[in-house]
Design a binder for this molecule. Structure first.
Ligand code: GLN
Length: 455
């Protein structure tokens, strides 16, 4: 197939299905076809080679692309067209990717269901009455529905891994610092990472290899960010030590999820891995620490959306203060406001030590619990979420319930670790179950190796 043919095939698939699934906020048909022709010419002349050359991609709508609406699925950015491109996206462009458009998400990446988007919910292609997970739900559902071969997502507390699990696709949250955050609209800057969502481990490793590069424009970018992740695609886990945290299978987990994930561990054991249960510890502190730190950072990061420099501005106002107030009241949705208020509270004088500082100390202890585990194990295997995809609306009315669903994903971000989420079975209703493999910082290769051997 030519690049134009591949691009047209995606565009047609999107036209046929996306009215139902609503994975996309923006589809840039004309732009994609123009890119496709230019890329084809470069492939023909030999200027462009490599596995991603000419392959269409979709980008989560919190990554800036020069000239393309970048809304974060929020009303407040519903008219924001950046004049620059996120580094991770630029790396894909250099590899010859055809950018088809931008995918739907929870507003400002706050959520686990993609229901808080200003552009409406995304539906799970496996069952349209169910959520696709979130916040990168549009990216995961678009891959699952085969509207696109792969997509980029971002993961602050599970937003790549959990929607991947709910939609039966594969996703990687890289080590903090591995992928440049330049051009990613910040949610929790100390936690955010960009990563791939695709149909399998091979595709994810290939994409990761393309987007990892040190970047001077991100002060937290790792100097040796590059790695040959695809060299880890070997079907061999003999002697690999895999730890199963007992605390991840305690109360609250669905029986079907537990069974599928433990069967996956057994499969790796049969292939020669040394599998052992252990007590990770600190698990019950992950959610409170995460929601305090993420909200604190969000409250600061989202200060910039004030209607002055860019984005939505309220139509009528009395004075500057009234303009700020009305713009932000009208521009942000309920979940985002809740986080801004929580974050402002935990950072305010008198509460700072009791909440924010305490959460930072908890974060250090969580990191230590993982360090202790990685002294014994090469990778940790567990579930991605306690349940499979929830029914639409179920968690909207009960945010605490939604937060609790993040129990297995958020500590990975607090500790800065890499994690891969991949399908490992189905529940009794036929919905996909995901498993998660976690590695030591900058050891993406071990989790890729284990995941590839499992697959
Ligand atoms: N569900 C989590 C939250 O709402 C994680 C989101 C994310 O990783 N962006 O904060």
């Amino acid at each position: 197939v030519t690049v134009v043919e591949a691009t047209k095939a995606c565009l047609e698939r999107i036209k046929a299905l996306d009215e139902t699934y609503n994975c996309f906020v923006t589809v840039d048909e004309a732009g994609a076809l123009a890119q496709a022709e230019a890329i084809q010419a470069k492939i023909d002349s030999g200027e462009l080679t490599g596995p991603l050359a000419g392959v269409p991609v979709a980008i989560k709508d919190n990554m800036c692309i020069n000239g393309m609406l970048t809304s974060c699925s929020s009303k407040i950015l519903s008219n924001f067209v950046p004049t620059y491109t996120a580094t991770a996206v630029e790396k894909l462009q250099e590899a010859g990717a055809v950018i088809i458009g931008k995918t739907n998400m929870d507003e400002f990446a706050m959520g686990s269901t993609t229901e808080t988007s200003y552009y409406g919910v995304t539906r799970n292609p496996w069952d349209t009455d169910k959520v696709p997970g979130g916040s990168s739900g549009g990216s995961a559902a678009a891959v699952a529905a085969e509207e696109i071969p792969y997509a980029l997502g971002s993961d602050t507390g599970g937003s790549i891994r959990q929607p991947a699990a709910f939609c039966g696709v594969t996703g990687i949250k890289p080590t903090y610092g591995r992928v440049s955050r330049y051009g990613l609209i910040a949610y929790g800057s100390s936690l955010d990472q960009i990563g791939p969502l695709a149909k399998d481990v091979t595709d994810c490793a290939t994409i990761l290899e393309a987007i990892c590069k040190h970047d001077d424009k991100d002060s937290t970018s790792y100097a040796q960010a590059e790695d040959d992740f695809t060299s880890a695609l070997v079907d061999d886990v003999k002697g690999m030590k895999i730890g199963i945290p007992r605390d991840y299978f305690a109360e609250g987990i669905d029986e079907d999820v537990k069974t599928a994930v433990l069967a996956a561990a057994k499969k790796l054991e049969d292939k020669g891995a040394i599998v052992e249960e252990f007590d990770l510890g600190m698990v019950e502190y992950a959610i409170p620490a995460y929601y305090i730190i993420a909200s604190a950072e969000a409250s600061s990061n989202l200060e910039r959306f004030d209607g002055v420099k860019y984005g939505y501005r309220t139509a009528e106002y009395r004075d500057l203060h009234n303009m700020y107030k009305k713009t932000r009241s009208e521009g942000f949705g309920a979940e985002v406001k809740r986080r801004i208020m929580l974050g402002s509270f935990v950072l305010s004088s008198g509460y700072y030590d009791a909440y924010y500082v305490k959460a930072l100390k908890t974060k250090a202890l969580i990191k230590k619990a993982f360090d202790d585990a990685f002294a014994k194990y090469d990778v940790i295997l567990g579930p991605v979420a306690p349940t499979t995809a929830l029914k639409m609306g179920e968690s909207l009315s009960d945010p605490i319930k939604m937060y609790l669903g993040d129990i297995y994903t958020v500590s990975v971000n607090l500790a800065g670790l890499p994690g891969i989420s991949l399908p490992c079975g189905q529940d009794k209703d036929g919905m996909p179950v995901g498993m998660q493999l976690l590695g030591q910082t900058f050891d993406e290769k071990s989790i890729i190796r284990a995941a590839y051997a499992f697959e």
